[in-house]
Ligand binder design. Structure first.
Ligand code: ATP
Ligand code: PRP
Ligand code: MG
Length: 280
């Protein structure tokens, strides 16, 4: 049975479970449950703290896990990113009181509060900077006004928490994070291929829509130039002489622009439908 680690609470927990449900897996119904067996798919889900997930996967005690890229890097364990799951997006950044520090060149010799000492340590080592890392568990934005540190390094999504604490970001993000599927590359178990394909199917279904339209045959090249599809668009004859029907997958974020351009070209009966799931 494939054994998979899933965040039991926090930002990544609900969207991770939802993605697995969308991929056809059983998930816990009580948010306090720590284990859920999906006999039909031969998978067992273990609900764990997001920070601990890389540890279980890196040691080989669990086969795969869903966690944040920043948490994987922070753990320093030998597990690899197998798939970007495209949710839980955040940046990991430096921040300090407005006017206190102007660039990352001034970090040396300062006290840095963070709940991610692994990520900060890697940056300091790579950039040959010496500084004191003050390891905290969370609510790190309070550390500067309480006098424990000069700056912080933390997860920033909307920036609202920083603003409330009177902090501003400094320099470029240390890293971009999102939820990822992790495993040990040298030891990916047999059942993992099916899970990967299913999750990729969910990602495509979320990112693409199906577009169908009718267009005059002499405009087909121009129309399919706008909707090339993934492999190639489906073109079928219409009963009406000189017209064809076209079907192609397009990026969800592009669909309104493409529909406008198709209409201007002369296409009609332009219909968009959601894709529930797919295998490409
Ligand atoms: N707005 C956000 N706040 C916090 N983490 C976020 C946010 N958006 C995405 N993430 C990601 O979620 C993960 C952290 O999750 P979470 O904060 O639930 O864990 P934790 O800090 O270990 O747990 P807790 O906050 O319950 O102590 C990281 O990978 C982080 O990049
Ligand atoms: O940019 P924002 O949208 O404000 O989000 C970022 C904030 O959210 C997270 O805190 P979380 O709720 O996980 O609490 P924690 O600090 O205890 O981990 C993170 O540590 C930041 O504090
Ligand atoms: Mg947190």
């Amino acid at each position: 049975m494939l054994r998979i680690a899933i965040p039991n609470k926090g930002t990544l927990s609900a969207p991770a479970s939802q993605m697995l449900r969308d991929a056809g897996y059983r998930q816990r119904t009580d948010p306090k449950d720590l284990l859920c067996r999906d006999e039909a798919n031969n998978v067992e889900f273990f609900y764990l703290r997001p920070k601990d997930i890389a540890t279980y996967v890196g040691s080989g005690d669990l086969d795969l896990g869903i966690t944040g890229r920043d948490l994987l890097v922070d753990s320093g364990v030998p597990a690899s990113e197998l798939l970007d799951l495209n949710f839980g997006k955040a940046t990991f950044r430096w921040a300090a009181p407005a006017g206190a520090l102007t660039s990352t060149a001034e970090i040396g010799g300062r006290r840095i509060a963070t709940a991610y000492p692994g990520v900060v340590g890697r940056y300091l080592a790579e950039n040959e900077v010496k500084a004191d890392v003050v390891r905290l568990d969370g609510a790190v934005e309070n550390a500067v006004r309480l006098g424990v540190a000069d700056l912080i390094a933390d997860v920033v999504e909307t920036g609202a928490t920083l603003r409330q604490a009177g902090l501003v970001t400094i320099g470029d993000p240390i890293m971009q994070s999102s939820a990822i599927l992790i495993g040990r590359e040298e030891q990916v178990p047999a059942g993992a291929a099916q899970l990967l394909r299913r999750l990729q199917g969910v990602l495509v279904a979320r990112n693409f829509v199906m577009l169908a339209y009718d267009v005059r045959a002499d405009l087909l090249d121009q129309a399919t130039g706008l909707t090339p599809g993934i492999e190639s668009p489906t073109v079928s004859p219409l009963h009406r002489e000189g017209w064809v029907a076209v079907q192609a997958m397009v990026q969800r974020g592009e669909v309104h622009r493409i529909m406008d351009e198709l209409y201007e070209l002369g296409a009609r009966a332009i219909l968009v439908t959601d894709i529930a799931n797919c295998r490409l």
